[in-house]
Design a binder for this molecule. Structure first.
Ligand code: GN1
Ligand code: MG
Length: 369
């Protein structure tokens, strides 16, 4: 770790209610947005780990609202778990460690927002699904998460990123980026841009349902990537879901769609060999079974009818976002190589194609659950 970061973390470590000395800290490479560290402390004679995280202010314009949501959501889930006398509670929901002055976050001299979580031990996440049971566990975990939040009381949660899943807005933003073509990159992506134009019609479907009230607004996770599910290292059971910055009002369909996007292909989201990118029916089936095992009790008919569609829509939308960022100069998603966001977009569109070919069979399976 660079000296700058080391010093910064030394300072951060003193701000929270952690009563130990920091021994070392490692950057955690998962995620495209925030800066995350796993820090080990000597505390009361044993080593204890915490997560320190700097919130990306470019992406989250009001980090205090992010934290307000986060506290409400985690406190609520915790009380639901307590009411059910669930064991191992501190591994079942994220726990925010307060600052020494009792706040949920600390703002340093640079104006950066830092927060700290209890490190959940004995779990791991995966970048891609290794067995259909894992897909079941992921579906179950996010369905349970939505279920726990279905009775959250009080004011509407803040929209931490306005229009986050406004698919029409995402589509229009892409067209603007194509129009601007700031870096003269559109010529490298003509096939992908054409693909988007061809499938434009799908972007309005869920928005219209939300507008008419046919699809209910609920509290949803909004970033249900498979690597946001923490699985017990021994049993493989899903313990909790993380990355709660975009928990806000939304549609469960966006959540389910992103699970389809990130579980059903055997590949990573930036796979370059497109022949390997495929929606696997057996994995989809397990995912849907897991999801309905915890969400089935509250989903409406209209929501259930669009579960297969949602996988296509979200893969398409995230592809649009990667493509837009590529055209704009890679300011949003962290990139690790040239053309990275274009590769990511291509992978999403290949997945969309694969879903289109199997969409009817996918929905037929859901209908009989
Ligand atoms: C971002 O940082 P990460 O990987 O958890 C993004 C998601 C995208 C995802 C694509 C706040 O999530 O919306 O689906 O990348 N998060 C935000 O991998 O934009
Ligand atoms: Mg995220």
């Amino acid at each position: 770790m660079s000296n700058y970061r080391e010093e910064q973390l030394q300072d951060i470590s003193k701000r929270f209610q952690i009563y130990g000395e920091i021994l070392h800290a490692e950057p955690c490479k998962i995620g495209h947005i925030n800066e995350t560290y796993t820090a080990t402390y000597a505390q009361g004679g044993i080593n204890v780990r915490y997560i320190h995280q700097k919130i990306n202010r470019h992406v989250f314009k009001s980090p205090n609202e992010v934290m307000d949501n986060l506290m409400r959501v985690t406190t609520h889930i915790r009380s639901r778990l307590e009411a059910e006398s669930v064991q191992d509670l501190t591994r079942r929901v994220l726990i925010v460690v307060p600052t020494r002055t009792g706040e949920s976050y600390f703002v340093n001299a640079d104006g950066d927002f830092w927060r700290t979580f209890v490190f959940v031990e004995g779990v791991r996440s995966f970048e891609s699904v290794e067995s259909s049971q894992q897909a079941f566990e992921a579906g179950k975990a996010f369905g349970a998460f939505q279920n726990y939040l279905s009775d959250l009381e009080g004011k509407r949660l803040f929209e931490t990123i306005p229009r986050f899943h406004d698919t029409r807005h995402r589509f229009d933003t892409l067209l603007q980026a194509v129009q601007r073509d700031r870096l003269n990159r559109a010529k490298n992506a003509s096939t992908e841009i054409e693909f988007c134009r061809q499938h434009e019609a799908i972007v309005d479907v869920i928005l219209k349902g939300l507008e008419s009230g046919e699809i209910p607004e609920r509290v949803t996770h909004n970033d249900t990537k498979f690597n946001n599910v923490m699985m017990d290292r021994k049993t493989g059971e899903s313990m909790c879901v993380v990355d709660l910055d975009t928990v806000m009002p939304g549609s469960v369909l966006y959540d389910f769609g992103d699970m389809v996007r990130t579980t059903t292909s055997p590949t990573l989201e930036d796979e370059r060999d497109l022949s390997r990118v495929n929606m696997r029916m057996d994995i989809f089936q397990k995912l849907a079974q897991g999801y309905l095992s915890t969400a089935g009790s509250f989903l409406t008919r209209a929501e259930k009818d669009l579960l297969a569609f949602s996988g296509k829509l979200i893969s398409f939308t995230i592809g649009i976002r990667f493509l837009t960022d590529y055209l704009d100069g890679d300011h949003y998603f962290r990139v690790h190589r040239q053309g990275h966001n274009l590769d990511r977009a291509r992978t999403q569109f290949k997945l969309v194609q694969s879903i289109i070919e199997q969409e009817e069979a996918m929905q037929r399976f859901v209908d009989q659950l």
